[in-house]
Design a binder for this molecule. Structure first.
Ligand code: HAM
Length: 429
């Protein structure tokens, strides 16, 4: 028979193994604790949504909607999409669940995988994970500022290195249209120096010009008119209030007048967290205000503001403390007769809160001790024939490789067993 070919993961999709996911857990735990402290509750959202949700909210001319969505027709002919982001879903849930009436100023956080069919590269995947938070129904600058303070605190807690906050205002329906026309006129005047993509952007959505990575386009745009100079009074006041509140809390940030974000729902506040040394994919997170989104999705005219962090990227700049310690003990039954007593022993120790591994029998003690080392266990509890006869397991200190023969009574009650094991652990090097 020919050997079956191994099946590989789909391009841009990857596995997160325990060493990496331990870091993710530390970050997620810190995020959840921080969000809860600021009054947010978790919302668990579906991964699949109707395609229309994203088409209507993210903007038809964004890269995400134009070419990056995993969209397919379901068996009942509905067009569905693997969510490329979660803000649209949060707003849908806010309306569908009645929160818009029962808790109009809901503060929600979420975590989970998102899907975008981008060209995979370092820090960019087709399935990636976000942790995000959204505040609905609040137009006041305090909502923006509080979110940014929370974000800054979280970055400190997870010891994110070299991350800076960049802030901008992208205006609103009152001032952006006029600015967009000014920018279009500027672009048309420099048409010859702009790439083909920018020619398209110019007609469909001139703000997207600032997304262009082509050097010559960037050089042209260095002289483009800035939205910050074109804001209407309410947008200008909002930005000034946000900045003043950030200053009160000592949150440091830089203004980036070219920051436009990749999704179309933003108004006023837009921000990004940019990490040094991450290369091209240096945005660890981003967000902003989306005051028109709830209405665009069929709800009342209520405001919203939020952000999302990319977990892969955040983990790569985080120096969060991760518990790398192995199990307190590993129980090693040497032969078939030791299996049941070993399971009973391990279970009672685990019931008492100890981290205990258990290995199957059938290998030599030497082989089992190699496993114990690989798992970084501190103690080995050996259950061999001799131990069974005596009713007492041997405990080996794996830091110094010294045995205490028949040191643990196999039939002792759980608390007593746990006390003995803890006493052993205290004597370790
Ligand atoms: P976004 O800027 O599209 O915003 O994504 C947020 C973060 O997700 C990015 O800064 C990045 O860290 C991560 N990310 C995005 N695409 C990828 C990818 N292909 N691979 C790895 N990481 C990626 C949003 O998604 C908005 N929903 C944020 C928001 C919430 N705005 C308001 N509320």
């Amino acid at each position: 028979m020919t050997k079956a070919a191994a099946i590989r993961a789909v391009k841009g999709f990857r596995d997160v193994l325990p060493d990496e996911s331990r870091r993710w857990q530390a970050i997620e735990n810190a995020a959840v604790a921080t969000f809860v402290r600021y009054g947010f509750g978790e919302i668990r959202l579906p991964i699949l949504e109707r395609t229309e949700l994203f088409a209507r909210s993210l903007g038809e001319s964004t890269d995400v909607v134009e070419k990056e969505m995993y969209t397919f027709v379901d068996r009942d002919e509905t067009s569905v999409t693997l969510r490329p982001e979660a803000t649209a879903s949060v707003v849908r849930a806010y309306l569908e669940s009645g929160l818009a009436q029962s808790d109009p100023t809901a503060q929600l956080f979420y975590r989970g995988p998102m899907f975008r069919r981008e060209r995979p590269q370092k820090g960019r995947y087709r399935q990636f994970y976000q942790i995000g938070a959204e505040v609905l129904g609040r137009e006041d600058a305090l909502a923006d500022a509080e979110l940014l303070v929370m974000l800054a605190r979280l970055l400190e807690t997870v010891q994110a290195r070299g991350v800076r906050l960049e802030l901008n205002s992208v205006g609103d329906a009152a001032c952006r249209p006029a600015y967009t026309e000014t920018l279009r006129a500027f672009g048309r005047a420099h048409l010859a120096q702009l790439c083909g993509d920018c020619h398209r952007r110019l007609e469909r959505n001139p703000l997207r010009l600032f997304d262009c990575k082509v050097e010559t386009c960037r050089a042209v745009l260095a002289d483009a008119p800035m939205i910050l100079d074109a804001l209407c009074d309410p947008c200008r006041t909002h930005l000034a209030q946000v900045r003043a509140l950030l200053d009160v809390c000592g949150v440091t940030y830089g203004m980036n007048p070219r920051l436009v974000r990749g999704l179309d729902y933003y108004v006023r506040t837009a921000f990004e967290l940019v990490a040094e040394g991450l290369g091209a994919q240096n945005a660890v997170g981003g967000g902003g205000r989306y005051d028109g989104l709830v209405a665009a999705l069929g709800g009342p005219a209520v405001a919203g503001v939020g952000f999302a962090l990319g977990l892969e990227r955040l983990a790569s700049v985080s120096e969060v403390a991760v518990d790398e310690a192995g199990p307190a003990a590993i129980v090693l039954p040497l032969d078939a007769g030791g299996v049941a007593p070993a399971l009973r022993l391990a279970t009672r120790l685990r019931d008492e809160g100890l981290t205990v591994n258990l290995e199957p029998s059938g290998r030599s003690l030497k082989a089992l001790l190699r496993v114990a080392d690989r798992r970084r266990a501190r103690l080995a509890i050996i259950v061999g024939e001799d131990e069974l006869q005596q009713g007492r397991a041997t405990v080996r200190d794996l830091t110094r490789h010294v045995d205490r023969r028949h040191a643990l009574a196999l039939d002792a009650p759980g608390p007593e067993l746990a006390r003995s094991v803890r006493a052993f652990l205290e004597t370790l090097a």
